[in-house]
Write a protein that binds this ligand. Sequence first.
Ligand SMILES: O=C(O)[C@@H](O)C(=O)COP(=O)(O)O
Ligand code: ZN
Length: 211
Amino acid sequence: MSEQAIRENMVKWGRSLFERGLTAGSSGNISVRLDDGYLMTPTNSCLGFLDPATLSKLDPQGRHVSGDAPTKELPLHFAFYEQRPASKAVVHLHSTYATALSCLSDVDPADAIPPITPYVVMRAGRVPVVPYTRPGAAEVKPLIAALAAEHAAVLLQNHGPVVAGATLDAAVFAIEEVEEAAKLAIITRGMPVRLLDEAAIADLDRHFKLR
Ligand SMILES: O=C(O)[C@@H](O)C(=O)COP(=O)(O)O
Ligand SMILES: [Zn+2]
C-alpha cells in the first residue's frame, strides 16, 4: 500500500469509528508503522475529521518530521511497536463499554474481559488492565512494555482500550471486538454466564495467532 493509501485508510477508519460513537470529541488516536517511520493522528484532532495531508509523520526514531504535532500518546504507541515487531498499527479509543470495564475495581487485572464468545479470544486474546497514568505520561511505556509482547490489547485503567494489529484494518476489527465483548460482559454481569473453558481457549489460541 502506498503512503497516500495508508493516509486515506487512517482517515476512513477514524471517520467510521467516530461516526459510530466509538470515541467522542478529540479522544482516541491511531498510528501506522511505515517502512520509513510512522504516521500518527495529530494531538487534539477529532478522529471524525482527519485530513490525510496533515497527519503527523515521524521518523523511525520517533522524531516529528512533517504534518501537525502528533498525539501526546507516543509512549503508548511505541511501547507496542517496540515489543511487537509484527504489529503495524495501534488504535486507542474511549469506547464506552471497554472504558466502563476499565473503571470497575473488581475486574481481574490480568484478564479483564471474560471469554464469553470465541471472537474476542481470536481477535484480542486476554486483555489485562494497565495501572492508571495521566494521559500522555511517559510512565505508561514500561507498564505496557511489560505486557505487550504477550498481549495485543490492553485496557488503560479508568481511561480506555488500546489494541495493536498486523494491519490497521486488523487493529480496528480487534478494538471493535474488545468493545463488543466488554459490552456483553457488562450487560451479563450478575447473570449465570457460561464461559468458554480452558480447552476451548487453548484451541482458539492455536488456530488464531495474534500479531
Ligand atoms: O485521553 C487522552 O487525553 C488521550 O489518550 C487521547 O485519547 C487523545 O489524546 P491526543 O491524541 O493527544 O489528542
Ligand atoms: Zn485517551
